[in-house]
Design a protein around this ligand. Structure first.
Ligand code: ATP
Length: 293
């Protein structure tokens, strides 16, 4: 079983030829409400990739909370520990212009109210095969969850990128940044050098490189480069979350790092060939079929 202690957001996406300037009103072309948030996305990816997954987080008592709960549930995620807190759910208010550029306001809402795992959350974490963390909850809450993990492997996606306190790093087992996050954390633009620098912080690291695949390294000296599966990408939204979710499923099943990285690359390559975030994430049957093919 995999635990995800993280954020759930409702993405409110407005499409318009041009984004409005201050004081301006523009008529848009389309609107979509899409459940997201890095925590909920990784939980969805892992559940669709075949794991039993518990999502530990919070939604608000607004109209979006039940929709977000329903989306996780229909992906097979256990939401029995999802809390409802007074006020707004986490919201990402997104304007996409005619050239595909976007501007985003994130309101933490219920995510910002999460102070740490409850005793029941901590009990779920303690009997997991892995704990997945991201940085869309308040840092003290993330640190508290990581420290509740004990011997359970802690996998951190350091996004959105920010300073990582020592009390967090000392209990993280695997860090999985993309190349930009890896560069920001380490000050090394070259991904291989960034990987080496990350291994001074945590025992194992995976740096994802978009269409160039991913690098893995361990303090024991192992280094791997697993290429991306060559496909025609139409929408890379949540490729990283799909990759991390699938990677943790494969590791929890006992696969080697190389096999797990190939499984994750296959899942992410399937997701980038379809529009959307969680809707584009592949099922286990789709991943297995693509790997067999
Ligand atoms: P995002 O922010 O879009 O969710 P990310 O920046 O966190 O993604 P990336 O490094 O872009 O993460 O991608 C994660 C993984 O997804 C890559 O390691 C690769 O396996 C796969 N991937 C991403 N883009 C492509 C692509 N164009 N073709 C095939 N696979 C891809």
């Amino acid at each position: 079983m995999i635990s995800v202690f993280g954020s759930a957001n409702m993405d409110l996406v407005a499409y318009a030829a041009t984004a409005p300037r201050r004081g301006e009103t523009v008529t848009g072309t389309a609107f979509a409400t899409v459940p997201g948030g890095k925590g909920a996305n990784q939980a969805t990816a892992a559940a669709k990739a075949g794991a039993s997954v518990a999502f530990l987080g919070a939604v608000g008592d607004d109209a979006f909370g039940p929709v977000m709960r329903g989306a996780l549930e229909s992906a097979g995620v256990d939401v029995s520990r999802l809390r409802v807190v007074p006020g707004s759910s986490g919201i990402a208010h997104i304007v996409v212009d005619g050239e595909g550029g976007n501007s985003i306001i994130v309101i933490p809402g219920a995510n910002g109210a999460v102070k740490g795992p409850t005793p029941d959350d901590a009990a779920v974490i303690a009997r997991s095969d892995a704990l997945l963390l991201q940085l869309e909850l308040p840092m003290p809450a993330v640190v508290a969850a990581a420290r509740a993990a004990g011997d359970v492997p802690v996998v951190l996606t350091p996004a959105p990128v920010q300073d990582l306190p020592a009390e967090l790093l000392e209990v993280v087992d695997v860090i999985v940044p993309n190349e930009h996050e890896a560069a920001a954390i380490t000050g090394q633009a070259d991904p291989a050098q960034a990987l080496d620098a990350l291994l001074e912080l945590v025992p194992e690291a995976v740096v994802t490189l978009g269409s160039q695949g991913a690098l893995y390294g361990s303090r024991g000296g192992e280094r791997l480069h697993v290429p991306a599966v060559p496909v025609r990408a139409v929408d890379t939204t949540a490729a990283g979350d799909t990759f991390v979710g699938a990677l943790c499923v494969a590791r929890a099943e006992g696969r080697t790092w190389e096999a797990a990285l190939r499984f994750a690359a296959t899942a992410a390559a399937l997701s980038v060939q379809r529009e959307g975030a969680t809707t584009s994430m592949p099922t286990r049957a789709e991943i297995d079929a693509a790997m067999a093919g």
